[in-house]
Design a protein around this ligand. Structure first.
Ligand code: IPE
Ligand code: IPE
Ligand code: MG
Length: 245
Protein backbone atom coordinates (compact mmCIF):
# COMPACT_ATOMS: atom_id res chain seq x y z
CA UNK A 1 0.00 0.00 0.00
CA UNK A 2 1.35 3.40 -0.96
CA UNK A 3 1.95 6.13 1.63
CA UNK A 4 -1.04 8.17 2.70
CA UNK A 5 -0.65 11.88 2.17
CA UNK A 6 -1.19 14.17 5.12
CA UNK A 7 -1.60 17.92 5.34
CA UNK A 8 1.29 20.24 6.17
CA UNK A 9 0.84 21.93 9.56
CA UNK A 10 0.18 25.39 8.07
CA UNK A 11 -3.10 24.18 6.53
CA UNK A 12 -6.26 24.08 8.62
CA UNK A 13 -8.01 20.74 7.97
CA UNK A 14 -11.34 22.25 9.03
CA UNK A 15 -11.31 24.89 6.27
CA UNK A 16 -10.34 22.94 3.19
CA UNK A 17 -11.90 23.88 -0.14
CA UNK A 18 -14.71 21.40 -0.79
CA UNK A 19 -14.22 21.51 -4.55
CA UNK A 20 -10.92 22.20 -6.34
CA UNK A 21 -10.78 22.67 -10.12
CA UNK A 22 -7.58 22.65 -12.13
CA UNK A 23 -6.92 23.91 -15.65
CA UNK A 24 -3.85 21.82 -16.41
CA UNK A 25 -2.05 24.21 -18.74
CA UNK A 26 1.52 24.51 -19.98
CA UNK A 27 2.32 21.07 -21.41
CA UNK A 28 3.27 22.59 -24.79
CA UNK A 29 5.65 25.11 -23.23
CA UNK A 30 7.11 22.40 -21.00
CA UNK A 31 7.86 20.26 -24.08
CA UNK A 32 9.45 23.22 -25.83
CA UNK A 33 11.61 23.97 -22.78
CA UNK A 34 12.81 20.38 -22.79
CA UNK A 35 13.23 20.32 -26.58
CA UNK A 36 10.69 17.53 -26.87
CA UNK A 37 7.68 16.91 -29.06
CA UNK A 38 4.45 18.36 -27.73
CA UNK A 39 3.06 14.84 -27.21
CA UNK A 40 5.86 14.24 -24.70
CA UNK A 41 4.74 17.32 -22.81
CA UNK A 42 1.24 15.92 -22.61
CA UNK A 43 2.57 12.59 -21.41
CA UNK A 44 4.64 14.32 -18.74
CA UNK A 45 1.43 16.11 -17.79
CA UNK A 46 -0.23 12.81 -16.91
CA UNK A 47 2.62 11.61 -14.72
CA UNK A 48 1.89 13.98 -11.83
CA UNK A 49 -1.84 13.29 -11.99
CA UNK A 50 -1.70 10.22 -9.80
CA UNK A 51 -0.07 12.07 -6.88
CA UNK A 52 -2.42 15.06 -7.18
CA UNK A 53 -5.56 12.90 -7.25
CA UNK A 54 -4.27 10.64 -4.51
CA UNK A 55 -3.44 13.61 -2.33
CA UNK A 56 -6.87 15.19 -2.74
CA UNK A 57 -8.45 11.87 -1.88
CA UNK A 58 -6.23 11.32 1.19
CA UNK A 59 -6.67 14.79 2.70
CA UNK A 60 -10.45 14.70 2.31
CA UNK A 61 -11.22 17.06 -0.57
CA UNK A 62 -14.80 16.31 -1.70
CA UNK A 63 -14.45 17.06 -5.40
CA UNK A 64 -11.61 17.57 -7.86
CA UNK A 65 -12.35 18.70 -11.42
CA UNK A 66 -9.63 18.43 -14.04
CA UNK A 67 -9.76 20.09 -17.46
CA UNK A 68 -8.29 17.50 -19.83
CA UNK A 69 -9.66 18.44 -23.27
CA UNK A 70 -11.85 21.38 -24.25
CA UNK A 71 -14.35 21.64 -27.10
CA UNK A 72 -11.86 24.13 -28.61
CA UNK A 73 -8.93 21.71 -28.41
CA UNK A 74 -10.23 19.96 -31.56
CA UNK A 75 -8.67 22.93 -33.39
CA UNK A 76 -5.19 21.51 -32.77
CA UNK A 77 -3.37 19.33 -35.32
CA UNK A 78 -4.59 15.78 -35.83
CA UNK A 79 -1.28 14.47 -34.50
CA UNK A 80 -1.70 16.37 -31.23
CA UNK A 81 -5.39 15.48 -30.85
CA UNK A 82 -4.57 11.80 -31.49
CA UNK A 83 -1.83 11.92 -28.86
CA UNK A 84 -4.20 13.45 -26.31
CA UNK A 85 -6.90 10.87 -27.09
CA UNK A 86 -4.39 8.06 -26.64
CA UNK A 87 -3.28 9.50 -23.29
CA UNK A 88 -6.88 9.51 -22.10
CA UNK A 89 -7.13 5.79 -22.84
CA UNK A 90 -3.75 5.09 -21.22
CA UNK A 91 -4.68 7.07 -18.12
CA UNK A 92 -7.84 5.10 -17.43
CA UNK A 93 -6.20 1.77 -18.25
CA UNK A 94 -3.36 2.35 -15.80
CA UNK A 95 -5.21 4.18 -13.01
CA UNK A 96 -8.70 2.71 -12.76
CA UNK A 97 -7.85 -0.10 -10.35
CA UNK A 98 -6.11 2.18 -7.84
CA UNK A 99 -8.90 4.74 -8.15
CA UNK A 100 -11.48 2.08 -7.35
CA UNK A 101 -9.37 0.87 -4.43
CA UNK A 102 -9.41 4.42 -3.07
CA UNK A 103 -13.19 4.64 -3.55
CA UNK A 104 -12.88 7.46 -6.08
CA UNK A 105 -16.07 8.15 -8.03
CA UNK A 106 -15.44 9.31 -11.58
CA UNK A 107 -17.73 11.62 -13.51
CA UNK A 108 -17.01 12.80 -17.04
CA UNK A 109 -17.86 16.42 -17.73
CA UNK A 110 -18.50 17.01 -21.41
CA UNK A 111 -20.04 15.44 -24.48
CA UNK A 112 -18.92 11.82 -24.61
CA UNK A 113 -20.98 11.26 -27.76
CA UNK A 114 -18.56 13.50 -29.67
CA UNK A 115 -15.56 11.29 -28.85
CA UNK A 116 -14.12 8.36 -30.80
CA UNK A 117 -15.66 5.02 -29.77
CA UNK A 118 -12.72 3.66 -27.71
CA UNK A 119 -12.56 6.82 -25.58
CA UNK A 120 -16.34 6.98 -25.25
CA UNK A 121 -16.42 3.39 -24.04
CA UNK A 122 -13.50 3.74 -21.62
CA UNK A 123 -14.98 6.87 -20.04
CA UNK A 124 -18.46 5.38 -19.78
CA UNK A 125 -17.01 2.26 -18.22
CA UNK A 126 -15.01 4.29 -15.68
CA UNK A 127 -18.21 6.07 -14.66
CA UNK A 128 -20.19 2.85 -14.47
CA UNK A 129 -17.54 1.05 -12.42
CA UNK A 130 -17.26 3.85 -9.84
CA UNK A 131 -20.82 5.19 -9.63
CA UNK A 132 -21.47 3.46 -6.29
CA UNK A 133 -18.26 4.68 -4.61
CA UNK A 134 -18.32 7.23 -1.79
CA UNK A 135 -14.81 8.74 -1.86
CA UNK A 136 -13.41 11.71 -3.77
CA UNK A 137 -15.61 12.91 -6.64
CA UNK A 138 -13.15 13.04 -9.52
CA UNK A 139 -14.54 14.97 -12.47
CA UNK A 140 -12.61 14.76 -15.70
CA UNK A 141 -13.57 17.27 -18.37
CA UNK A 142 -13.19 15.77 -21.84
CA UNK A 143 -14.75 17.43 -24.89
CA UNK A 144 -16.06 19.93 -22.36
CA UNK A 145 -17.11 23.53 -22.89
CA UNK A 146 -18.82 25.69 -20.28
CA UNK A 147 -21.11 27.37 -22.79
CA UNK A 148 -22.12 24.05 -24.35
CA UNK A 149 -22.94 22.78 -20.86
CA UNK A 150 -25.19 25.79 -20.18
CA UNK A 151 -26.92 25.49 -23.57
CA UNK A 152 -27.54 21.81 -22.92
CA UNK A 153 -29.10 22.60 -19.52
CA UNK A 154 -31.33 25.27 -21.08
CA UNK A 155 -32.48 22.80 -23.72
CA UNK A 156 -33.30 20.14 -21.14
CA UNK A 157 -35.37 22.60 -19.11
CA UNK A 158 -37.10 23.93 -22.23
CA UNK A 159 -38.00 20.36 -23.16
CA UNK A 160 -39.38 19.74 -19.66
CA UNK A 161 -41.42 22.94 -19.89
CA UNK A 162 -42.72 22.21 -23.38
CA UNK A 163 -43.80 18.74 -22.28
CA UNK A 164 -45.46 20.07 -19.12
CA UNK A 165 -43.11 18.56 -16.55
CA UNK A 166 -42.09 21.95 -15.15
CA UNK A 167 -43.66 25.42 -15.21
CA UNK A 168 -41.33 28.12 -16.61
CA UNK A 169 -41.65 30.14 -13.38
CA UNK A 170 -40.43 27.12 -11.40
CA UNK A 171 -37.11 27.14 -13.23
CA UNK A 172 -34.66 28.38 -10.61
CA UNK A 173 -30.94 28.06 -9.95
CA UNK A 174 -31.40 24.65 -8.32
CA UNK A 175 -33.36 23.30 -11.30
CA UNK A 176 -30.68 24.65 -13.64
CA UNK A 177 -27.84 23.17 -11.61
CA UNK A 178 -29.56 19.84 -11.71
CA UNK A 179 -29.09 19.72 -15.50
CA UNK A 180 -25.34 20.43 -15.38
CA UNK A 181 -22.72 17.70 -15.62
CA UNK A 182 -21.82 18.59 -12.01
CA UNK A 183 -25.35 18.06 -10.61
CA UNK A 184 -25.12 17.31 -6.89
CA UNK A 185 -21.51 18.47 -6.57
CA UNK A 186 -20.79 21.70 -4.64
CA UNK A 187 -19.61 24.83 -6.48
CA UNK A 188 -15.91 25.28 -7.11
CA UNK A 189 -14.15 26.90 -4.14
CA UNK A 190 -10.63 26.96 -5.53
CA UNK A 191 -9.80 27.26 -9.24
CA UNK A 192 -6.16 26.75 -10.16
CA UNK A 193 -4.72 27.41 -13.62
CA UNK A 194 -1.07 26.55 -14.06
CA UNK A 195 1.44 28.15 -16.46
CA UNK A 196 0.62 31.76 -15.59
CA UNK A 197 -2.27 32.19 -18.05
CA UNK A 198 -5.10 34.10 -16.40
CA UNK A 199 -8.28 33.04 -18.11
CA UNK A 200 -11.03 30.48 -17.74
CA UNK A 201 -10.99 29.15 -21.33
CA UNK A 202 -14.62 28.07 -21.07
CA UNK A 203 -14.21 25.90 -17.94
CA UNK A 204 -17.04 25.56 -15.37
CA UNK A 205 -18.59 28.98 -16.07
CA UNK A 206 -21.59 28.46 -13.78
CA UNK A 207 -19.77 26.57 -11.03
CA UNK A 208 -17.03 29.22 -10.58
CA UNK A 209 -19.32 32.12 -9.63
CA UNK A 210 -17.60 32.57 -6.26
CA UNK A 211 -14.44 30.54 -6.71
CA UNK A 212 -11.09 31.87 -5.54
CA UNK A 213 -8.61 31.89 -8.44
CA UNK A 214 -4.92 31.01 -8.31
CA UNK A 215 -2.55 31.34 -11.24
CA UNK A 216 0.75 29.69 -10.34
CA UNK A 217 3.50 30.23 -12.94
CA UNK A 218 4.49 26.55 -12.77
CA UNK A 219 3.91 24.60 -15.98
CA UNK A 220 1.52 21.70 -15.43
CA UNK A 221 4.06 18.81 -15.69
CA UNK A 222 6.10 20.53 -12.94
CA UNK A 223 3.10 20.97 -10.61
CA UNK A 224 3.33 18.63 -7.64
CA UNK A 225 1.68 18.09 -4.27
CA UNK A 226 3.72 20.85 -2.58
CA UNK A 227 2.37 23.32 -5.18
CA UNK A 228 -1.17 22.16 -4.52
CA UNK A 229 -0.65 22.65 -0.79
CA UNK A 230 0.69 26.15 -1.44
CA UNK A 231 -2.54 26.96 -3.35
CA UNK A 232 -4.68 25.58 -0.51
CA UNK A 233 -2.66 27.56 2.04
CA UNK A 234 -3.16 30.77 0.03
CA UNK A 235 -6.85 29.94 -0.37
CA UNK A 236 -7.20 29.78 3.40
CA UNK A 237 -5.69 33.24 3.66
CA UNK A 238 -8.18 34.81 1.26
CA UNK A 239 -11.24 36.57 2.60
CA UNK A 240 -14.37 35.25 0.90
CA UNK A 241 -17.29 37.66 1.21
CA UNK A 242 -19.92 36.31 -1.19
CA UNK A 243 -21.25 39.82 -1.62
CA UNK A 244 -21.65 40.41 2.10
CA UNK A 245 -19.80 42.79 4.40
C1 IPE B 1 -2.64 22.01 -21.68
O1 IPE B 1 -1.37 22.23 -22.20
C2 IPE B 1 -3.18 20.67 -22.06
C3 IPE B 1 -4.29 20.73 -23.02
C4 IPE B 1 -4.80 21.81 -23.55
C5 IPE B 1 -4.86 19.47 -23.40
P1 IPE B 1 -1.17 23.05 -23.54
O2 IPE B 1 -0.93 22.09 -24.65
O3 IPE B 1 -2.25 24.03 -23.76
O4 IPE B 1 0.20 23.80 -23.20
P2 IPE B 1 0.66 25.23 -23.71
O5 IPE B 1 -0.40 26.22 -23.32
O6 IPE B 1 0.80 25.11 -25.20
O7 IPE B 1 1.97 25.46 -23.03
C1 IPE C 1 -7.47 25.02 -21.62
O1 IPE C 1 -6.19 25.23 -22.07
C2 IPE C 1 -7.89 23.60 -21.85
C3 IPE C 1 -7.20 22.58 -21.07
C4 IPE C 1 -6.26 22.77 -20.19
C5 IPE C 1 -7.65 21.24 -21.32
P1 IPE C 1 -5.86 25.80 -23.53
O2 IPE C 1 -4.37 25.91 -23.60
O3 IPE C 1 -6.54 25.01 -24.55
O4 IPE C 1 -6.54 27.25 -23.48
P2 IPE C 1 -6.22 28.58 -24.30
O5 IPE C 1 -6.35 28.24 -25.75
O6 IPE C 1 -4.82 28.97 -23.96
O7 IPE C 1 -7.22 29.57 -23.81
MG1 MG D 1 -2.44 25.99 -23.21
Amino acid sequence: MAIKYSLPSNIDPARLPRHIAIIMDGNGRWAKQHKMLVAMGHRAGTENLREIIRNCSDIGIEALSLYAFSTENWNRSKTEVDALMQLILDFFASEIDELIQNRVRITILGDKAGLPAPQREALTQAEDRTRHLDGLRLNIAVNYGGRAELVRAAQALARDAAEGRIAPEDIDAAAFENELYTAGIPDVDLMIRTSGEMRLSNFLLWQCSYAEFMFPETLWPDFHVADLHECIYRFQNRERRFGGR
